[in-house]
Design a protein around this ligand. Structure first.
Ligand SMILES: [Zn+2]
Length: 277
């Protein structure tokens, strides 16, 4: 049986639909999912020091544990780039920098302890001051260094401008990260462009994206970035999207073989895990 993997989904145990969303994913044919930590504020938590990220990550680990009763689920923990910007506004840049740095170190510990398989980091996808841009890049680079130490993947939340992929790729190369481990989350279907770069696209499964990605190759993963926020229904893709689009593509003639690459071989290479049913 074909595994079907969603590379980036959120489960909010505090006010979201929680594992009901995973049930929906499973019923549509989903088998494997990466559950990514939400920004602290979205799970009703406040971060005033680095240690406070533990509670945020524990929420993700708990959501993953519950999801694992339905499908095979893996946790990805880290700090959303917007959290750094928010902390810098309220506590000053220096304090914010050290809090986020510590948060990333705790994320690396979760990977070392086997509670998570990858670290989330990135840089703001909206314009910020040159100082904040520079320090955001430094934090992203620091997260990559931690990933090299743990031999794990990074999921990057960044802008998607022309030149973004090259820019991330350059930083990843300096950090000596292996290309499959540098995952551009919420990626446009730039499969061909990324083939020669140190970046692995996790393509957001919006209308037409899978078809475009497939026309360029098979070196990509698929995600919904389902945010599990009942106050924003329809703001993002639902949990059924990846299985549904996969099955639709197969019905339209894409060989199942192709999807073994996308849903099994690629995540296995990126995360160093075994995708089996
Ligand atoms: Zn997300």
């Amino acid at each position: 049986m074909l595994p079907i993997t969603d590379d980036h989904m959120h489960i909010n145990l505090n006010g979201g639909r929680g594992v009901e969303a995973v049930k929906e994913f499973k019923n549509a044919g989903g088998t494997h999912v990466f559950i990514v930590s939400l920004p602290a504020g979205e799970v009703g938590r406040t971060v005033a020091r680095g240690e406070d990220f533990r509670a945020v990550f524990d929420d993700t680990v708990e959501a993953t544990r519950r999801a694992n009763e339905l499908v095979r689920a893996y946790a990805v923990v880290g700090v959303h780039p917007a959290e750094y910007i928010g902390l810098a506004e309220s506590l000053g840049m220096e304090r914010a920098y050290s809090i986020v740095k510590e948060g990333l170190e705790i994320a690396a510990k979760y990977v070392a302890e086997g509670k998570a398989v990858a670290i989330k980091s990135g840089r703001p996808h909206y314009p910020v001051s040159p100082e904040l841009w520079e320090t955001s890049n430094a934090l992203m680079r620091y997260a990559m260094d931690l990933c090299v130490d743990e031999d794990c993947a990074i999921q990057l939340h960044t802008e998607s401008e022309p030149g973004t992929m090259e820019s991330i790729s350059d930083i990843a190369k300096q950090a000596r990260m292996e290309p499959p481990k540098v995952i551009k989350h919420f990626s446009p279907p730039l499969v061909r462009e990324c083939e020669s770069l140190n970046v692995f696209p996790s393509v957001i499964c919006s209308r037409g994206a899978l078809e475009e990605a497939l026309s360029q190759g098979t070196r990509f993963m698929l995600e919904t970035d389902y945010i599990d926020d009942p106050n924003r229904p329809g703001a993002v893709l639902g949990p059924k999207t990846v299985p549904r689009k996969t099955k639709e593509a197969i019905r339209n003639g894409v060989p199942e073989e192709t999807f073994y690459k996308i849903h099994k071989d690629n995540p296995e290479k990126s995360y160093g895990i075994k995708i089996e049913i």
